[in-house]
Design a protein around this ligand. Sequence first.
Ligand code: FES
Length: 179
Amino acid sequence: MNEESPKNSGDGNPEPPEEISRRRFFEKLSLALGGLCAAILGVPLVGFIIAPLFRDAPDEWLPIGKASAFQIGKTVNVTIEDPSSLPWAGVTSKSAAWLRRVSEEQFIAFSVHCTHMGCPVRWEAGAELFMCPCHGGVFYSDGTVASGPPPKPLVRHEVQVKNGEVFLKAAPIPITTTL
Ligand code: FES
């Protein structure tokens, strides 16, 4: 049908051309207003969702506890709060690390995440090894790879002791790419 051909108004009479063009105008106006509303609501929403991807992970020293609470030579699991997580992350913002008191003043800490595909490693005190349950990755007590698929040593966290309190520097969870 020709775009400008008169339509039936419902009572059997064709609509006059000015009625049609007014209807077209309102159709276009509704579409334009709908698009404008979608843009007004959509742009901030999309920005809100993707903004965290462009944020640098904050460098934060997290308090772990009194140094006196840790025995020399023991490796223990400590819970840490991921400072890069968003306020609504809930329990997913919790992470962990393996902390070892080496001497009176010296501590070392390892990420719990295996460098193969990120599974949490466990410390086997008897064997003095970190074991990964997923694909059999094994790490020596200094975090270097003993066997299995992990391509690199466990990530180390910096640790410092200040006024008798242990602080661990949070690091983003390492992204691994090796399959
Ligand atoms: S995730 Fe640890 S060996 Fe694969």
